[in-house]
Design a protein around this ligand. Structure first.
Ligand code: 5GP
Ligand code: ZN
Length: 120
């Protein structure tokens, strides 16, 4: 089920173009518009779930293995030393887009390798 007013529904289903790094029948993985580090990605299910509490069994079972696969691919492709998985539920918990998603944030030896901001 899609939510017609949800931007991540539109992105996940290809109605709005995005920097896609992975796609299958259930998920699209895109680069975050405001990255915390180089390569910061978001795992979006193609179906609309507001948060982790709403996930169906198939998406719930697939999302963590997919996050591990994306993280491992980041180590290979980007050379990051590790990665964070972050997943916010509710505005008070920092959720700003109310379509379930998992952040995969590469972490590099020596610092964040920011790409969105350069000092003066
Ligand atoms: P949340 O705070 O809900 O866990 O994370 C939402 C994330 O989505 C933020 O990191 C924000 O930068 C990202 N974001 C918001 N709108 C868009 C968009 O239109 N495209 C992309 N690629 N990322 C977005
Ligand atoms: Zn949605």
């Amino acid at each position: 089920m899609k939510d017609k007013d949800c931007i991540f529904c539109k992105i996940a289903n290809g109605e709005i173009p995005s920097a896609t790094i992975y796609e299958d029948e259930d998920f699209r993985v895109i680069l975050d518009l405001g990255p915390a580090s180089r390569g910061h990605a978001l795992i979006l299910p193609k179906e609309h779930f507001k948060d982790v509490c709403e996930l169906d069994e198939k998406v719930a079972a697939r999302v963590l293995p997919l996050a591990a696969k994306i993280g491992a691919a980041m180590k290979e492709a980007l050379g990051c030393a590790g990665f964070n998985l972050v997943q916010n539920n509710g505005a008070e918990a920092g959720q700003t887009v109310f379509h379930f998603h998992v952040h995969v944030i590469p972490r590099y030896a020596g610092g964040p390798e920011m790409v969105t901001w350069e000092p003066g």
